[in-house]
Design a protein around this ligand. Structure first.
Ligand SMILES: O=c1[nH]c(=O)n([C@H]2C[C@H](O)[C@@H](COP(=O)(O)O)O2)cc1CO
Ligand SMILES: [Zn+2]
Length: 159
């Protein structure tokens, strides 16, 4: 008999996005992204982190202070990492599952790479101009945005 308590596609891909976020060294905000083809094949994953070669131990992780003493000019966002990690092939018509609504810089990369749907978990920076700009660009370009509706399913993975 067919098992029927299997996880849905949305739970699967958002779960992978949340698991990827656990790799982040950012103590304030961990972000994960999972890019999926139209027919539900995983194309790429990413999380927010310092550029390759910039040591996590030497780069700043602060949120406040002189700009160059904070993480902001350096950290590579989860969505951009996922897009850039997809070394070969096209992301045309793909979907991206993200744990945080994309900023305007990531929105541009999402649009330019051909991704057509954004499924997000959290939108904690909805009031910022960056996120407002993202929403404007997504609307103008017809990129669908959809909030993931939590199912409250709990999955324990003992590692
Ligand atoms: O879309 C995003 N994707 C993403 O990876 N990030 C990362 C950059 C930073 O490491 C962190 C945001 O830091 P904070 O919440 O402390 O300002 O999340 C932030 C956003 C939205 O701002
Ligand atoms: Zn971003």
């Amino acid at each position: 008999m067919k098992r029927n308590d299997y996880i849905s596609w949305d739970e699967y891909f958002m779960g992978i996005s949340l698991l990827s976020a656990q790799r982040s060294k950012d103590s304030h905000t961990q972000v994960g992204a999972c890019i999926v083809s139209q027919d539900n094949k995983i194309l790429s994953v990413g999380y927010n982190g310092m550029p390759t070669g910039c040591s996590d131990d030497e780069m700043p992780w602060d949120r406040n202070g002189e700009f160059l003493d904070t993480k902001y000019p350096f950290v590579c966002h989860a969505e951009l990492n996922a897009i850039l990690n997809h070394a070969a092939g096209s992301l045309q018509n793909a979907k991206i599952y993200v744990s945080l609504f994309p900023c305007n810089e990531c929105a541009k990369a999402i649009i330019q790479s051909g991704i057509k749907e954004v499924v997000y978990w959290e939108d904690k920076y909805a009031d910022t101009d960056g996120v407002k700009a993202s929403k404007k660009m997504f609307e103008l370009t017809g990129v669908k945005i959809r909030r993931y509706i939590p199912t409250n399913r709990e999955i324990t993975i003992r590692l």
